[in-house]
Design a protein around this ligand. Structure first.
Ligand code: FE2
Length: 306
């Protein structure tokens, strides 16, 4: 079937174009813009209109600057080529269309090359508030504005380098079962670090109060407010010992979040993460969520045993 014959729809979990790409084994794809339906466009408009006032109130200033610099369209789903035209001169980052889940090591390798794997489908119209799967609203409206900031972009690149260091660190372990066990523990620690910073991070405002920089929060109309204002959320200063050992679940609002003082602090924490990888301090993190799946483990072990 050619693209021209496909249904005009790029809704998450129901897009024939994506299914076809996956069945061909194509992970990196193009954005077939004409396949967005009017319902998809309307969903984008409603999502943007609903969340924008909450960004103004709760998002960190770098995110708001990023929105302006990208000239994101409130009315239409962005074309990645337009986003990249604004983004690349600022930090060298590029949004790169993918058909689905990117195995963990490959994802970090993309970050190292300043490429951000970007979902092109959009959540269904009846599920505006939350979807466990990423979509283009999460990836482009939630993540990409942060990639316009050179310090934050540098943090992502360093995270990509930490993954590489992790593969090198376990390469020296002779016993294969022990090597796999350590790798799994480090991947879990890195997933927790990523979750509690890039996806769900909070930041102290210089004048007092807290703002949001995590993209999981910035792309959820309900949770952005909840994360900052609800007395039911426990908010603690970022502590590496705790973050890498703290389990999380993805199917409900986060009850526990970590607060950083600045992106400079976060950069230093990524440096510390790498030191801990090298020193073996992530080889025995606490068990529990997230479970490391076979695909992610294999993606790292391939690099270890290359
Ligand atoms: Fe994300």
């Amino acid at each position: 079937m050619s693209t021209g014959e496909l249904t005009h729809d790029l809704t998450t979990t129901r897009a024939p174009f994506i299914e076809e790409s996956k069945s061909r084994g194509d992970l990196f794809i193009h954005q077939p813009y004409d396949l967005y339906s009017e319902t998809n466009q309307d969903t984008w408009r409603r999502l943007y209109a609903g969340i924008e006032p909450r960004w103004r109130k709760h998002a960190n200033p770098k995110f708001l600057e990023g929105l302006e610099r990208l000239s994101l369209d409130r009315e239409r789903i962005p074309r990645l080529e337009d986003v990249n035209r604004f983004l690349a001169p600022l930090t060298g980052f590029q949004a790169k269309a993918v058909s689905g889940y990117v195995p963990s090591y490959l994802f970090f390798e993309c970050l190292r090359r300043r490429e951000f794997p970007t979902t092109i489908t959009l959540r269904p119209a009846e599920r505006l508030d939350y979807l466990p799967e990423p979509d283009i609203f999460h990836d482009v409206a939630g993540h990409v504005p942060m990639h316009t900031d050179p310090v934050f972009a540098g943090i992502l690149v360093r995270l990509g380098e930490v993954a590489h260091s992790a593969a090198l660190a376990v390469r020296g372990i002779d016993d294969s079962a022990e090597q796999t066990r350590c790798m799994e523990s480090i991947i879990k620690a890195m997933a927790r670090f990523f979750w509690f910073t890039v996806e769900f991070g909070l930041m102290r405002r210089p004048g007092g109060g807290i703002c949001v920089y995590g993209s999981g929060l910035l792309s959820s109309r309900e949770e952005i407010e909840h994360s900052v204002e609800s007395p039911r959320v426990q908010r603690y200063p970022f502590r590496m010992e705790w973050v890498v050992n703290q389990y999380f679940e993805i199917d409900h609002f986060q009850p526990l979040l970590f607060v950083i003082d600045s992106f400079e602090q976060l950069y230093d924490e990524v440096e510390r993460l790498e030191r801990w990888v090298r020193e073996g301090r992530l080889d025995n993190v606490s068990p529990g969520e997230p479970e490391v799946n076979e695909t992610d483990l294999h993606s790292f072990l391939e690099e270890v045993r290359a």
